[in-house]
Design a binder for this molecule. Structure first.
Ligand SMILES: Nc1ncnc2c1ncn2[C@@H]1O[C@H](COP(=O)(O)OP(=O)(O)OP(=O)(O)O)[C@@H](O)[C@H]1O
Ligand SMILES: [Mg+2]
Length: 243
């Protein structure tokens, strides 16, 4: 299967207009996201920060077409998700790489087999699949762990397998929800640097939800959600110096 062409660097991969979201019905209804207007550009690492419960994961699941968009406009990879059919949402999901904190690696498969699994749809030649999966795992520093099982790896190594797996189908957009939460400081920085390098080289976009303010220096752009609203955030020099 041919991969879809990547958007040119600097073009919007995600664009919202007055995007809102509520949970619950009747008296229990509570609005979590209020008229969000923001965008995420190709070729950039964008951080999404904000207090616990502010709606970061909810927003990520809307963008990932894992939840229906009810109010406002949300365009992802050129497709409008508000009012999109389940079939259209499945199509969009196939174009996105997901990295969530629970790695969801298949425990009965080796590291190499886990990454190959994601190549099956697009690469019919098994030898090519092995070559591509090996190259990705080498790029994330796991060339020496190809035949290990997930349980034999450290948390940081598992997270790097999850990254290699998310990158395998060459997605135009990668969504990551707290990918560094279980990692020590250096591993966390390494993971973000790796995502940044791999994505900038390919011109795809990374949207990364994090509480980890140590990553502020590694992002191209930062958006902050608070009280249901989103704003561009530029940490001042003092904040950056702290991390
Ligand atoms: N399925 C749901 N049904 C009802 N309320 C929900 C649901 N999912 C999330 N919420 C509520 O929406 C709000 C935002 O949750 P969300 O998980 O998006 O926050 P978050 O910013 O990711 O928080 P954290 O940083 O702790 O992960 C919270 O008040 C949460 O209780
Ligand atoms: Mg969350």
């Amino acid at each position: 299967m041919a991969s879809s062409p990547l958007p040119p660097a600097g073009s919007a991969v995600i664009r919202t207009k007055n995007l809102s979201h509520s949970f619950g019905e009747g008296e229990l209804r509570s609005q979590i996201l209020h008229n969000l207007n923001f965008q995420v550009e190709a070729g950039e690492v964008t951080l999404l920060v904000g207090p616990s419960g502010s709606g970061k994961s909810t927003l990520l699941t809307l963008i990932g077409a894992l939840r229906s968009v009810e109010a406002g406009s949300l365009q992802v990879l050129g497709e409008e998700l508000c009012g999109a059919s389940e079939q259209a949402r499945v199509q969009i999901r196939r174009r996105i790489g997901f990295i969530f904190q629970s790695h969801n690696l298949v425990s009965s498969l080796t590291v190499l087999q886990n990454v190959q699994l994601l190549l099956q749809l697009r690469q019919p030649d098994p030898q090519q699949r092995v070559r591509q999966a090996t190259a990705l795992l080498e790029a994330v520093g796991l060339g020496h762990r190809l035949h290990h099982y997930p349980e034999e790896l450290s948390g940081g190594q598992r997270q790097r397998v999850a990254i290699a797996r998310a990158l395998a189908p060459e997605p135009e957009l990668i969504l990551a929800d707290e990918p560094t939460a279980s990692l020590d400081s250096q591993s966390g920085k390494d993971v973000v640097e790796l995502l940044g390098n791999l994505c900038r080289n390919r011109g795809s976009a990374v949207l990364l939800v994090t509480h980890d303010l140590r990553l502020l220096n590694d992002a191209d752009r930062i958006w902050r959600i608070e009280d249901g609203c989103i704003n561009r955030w530029t940490p001042d020099a003092a904040e950056l110096a702290l991390h």
